[in-house]
Write a protein that binds this ligand. Structure first.
Ligand SMILES: C[S@@+](CC[C@H](N)C(=O)[O-])C[C@H]1O[C@@H](n2cnc3c(N)ncnc32)[C@H](O)[C@@H]1O
Length: 366
């Protein structure tokens, strides 16, 4: 039997969804261990050896190969234990190829609950420093930044604080945007006057999707009140239109680059969408309603929206299994690339990004 394991970090409450998604996509993986926000699987040897392996699961915030854990109350001892599996496995010259150390705590709550937001805690930072104090010598200078974003393809040492006295050890290769962030959480700077936490969500979705938005782009958001995401888009120099029957924050109404259409999306004239380059939808409605609304807009011959950022509310977690069907439907509108992720700053919802539009141009001669 294989002795290789994979760890997955997710939102608290998404563990069963992760298990289901992993078993659909990787039937040979065997569930091994789970705590809220942290799940491990036994994986076949060939997967562990495959340099190009990608987990590709929307509900995995980040993931890596697990090398076990240490339990105890003596931090110095645990920090020494951290290095053992690496020193046993890798000769010094291979160990020296690790470029970063990421240390983080599993989430304690659902994001946004009890003022909790995911990210690096002072405890994790302190434990990281302790681990670095015990860094072995490898014969060459070996700098190991703590909790900084990795570069593409860097190898990263991971320590997940599942409990303050239970540290899990692992590593990963940072071959996707989210695996470059410590714990799969981007370091988002929020303004003091942040209007709503949707600010954090849209910034993460822009970073993760690498959507090439430019200052001066026209962006429309359906479900825009009170206005956190519009605020972030205005900060990036976009001209923003918010569609929502509810009130927008006065800060936005005072901004000349912002327009409020105080209405439900379905009441807005379809022609009004012709000038937009990007569309986001973050309405508190079922996924089918979101998809129906967006479909009615983007399938208009004159509308050419290059990229969609859709928040699909998982009113029922069983909807997670329907993501492939949602993707198929969005692709049928002409978007060749459709990706989903439960963002670190999402709640019981996922972010779906659609890009690479192929759509015949309508005849605009008259
Ligand atoms: C989660 S809030 C949006 C948060 C917002 N994105 C922000 O940045 O603060 C959901 C919003 O969707 C709006 N909504 C629900 N159904 C809608 C519809 N059919 N058209 C437009 N807005 C809708 C609600 O009025 C509510 O303000």
């Amino acid at each position: 039997m294989s002795s290789h394991f994979l760890f997955v970090v997710c939102q608290v409450g998404s563990e069963a969804t992760v298990k289901n998604e992993v078993s659909r996509k990787h039937p040979s993986f065997r569930f091994s261990f789970s705590r809220p926000g942290f799940v491990t699987f036994r994986i076949p040897d060939e997967v562990a050896r495959d340099r190009k392996f990608e987990l590709n699961c929307a509900f995995a915030r980040t993931w890596g190969f697990s090398l076990g854990k240490a339990v105890g109350t003596d931090g110095q001892q645990l920090a020494r234990e951290f290095w053992k599996p690496f020193a046993e496995r890798y000769p010094a010259d291979v160990l020296a190829q690790f470029k970063h150390l990421h240390v983080w705590q599993r989430d304690r709550f659902v994001p946004g609950e009890s003022d909790f937001e995911p990210g690096i805690t002072p405890l994790a930072e302190g434990i990281g420093e302790l681990i670095l104090e015990h860094q072995p010598t490898v014969g060459t200078p070996w700098s190991l930044p703590l909790n900084e974003d990795a570069q593409v393809d860097d190898r990263v040492l991971d320590c997940i604080i599942v409990e303050p006295d239970e540290w899990w050890f692992g590593w990963h290769r940072a071959n996707t945007v989210e695996t470059r962030w410590p714990g799969g959480v981007p370091d988002v700077e929020s303004p003091e006057n942040m209007i709503s936490r949707a600010y954090l969500k849209i910034v993460e979705s822009l970073l993760w999707s690498e959507l090439p938005i430019q200052p001066g782009d026209r962006f429309v958001e359906i479900g825009s009140s009170p206005g956190g995401s519009c605020q972030a888009l205005l900060d990036r120099g976009c001209f923003v239109t918010g569609i929502d029957p509810a009130e927008m924050d006065p800060l936005l109404l005072a901004n000349p680059n912002f327009t409020h259409l105080r209405s439900r999306a379905k009441k807005v004239e379809r022609n009004d969408f012709q000038t937009f380059r990007w569309l986001a939808m973050d309405a508190n409605v079922a996924p089918k309603y979101t998809l129906d609304t967006v479909e009615a807009i983007v399938t208009q011959p004159e509308v050419r929206i290059e990229g969609l950022l859709l928040t699909l509310k998982l009113t029922d977690l069983a909807l997670a299994a329907e993501l492939p069907l949602f993707h198929k439907r969005i692709r049928s509108w002409g978007y060749r690339r459709v990706r989903a992720r439960q963002l670190a700053f999402n709640r019981q919802e996922v972010c779906v990004v659609a890009t690479d539009l192929v759509k015949p141009r309508s005849d605009t001669a008259d």
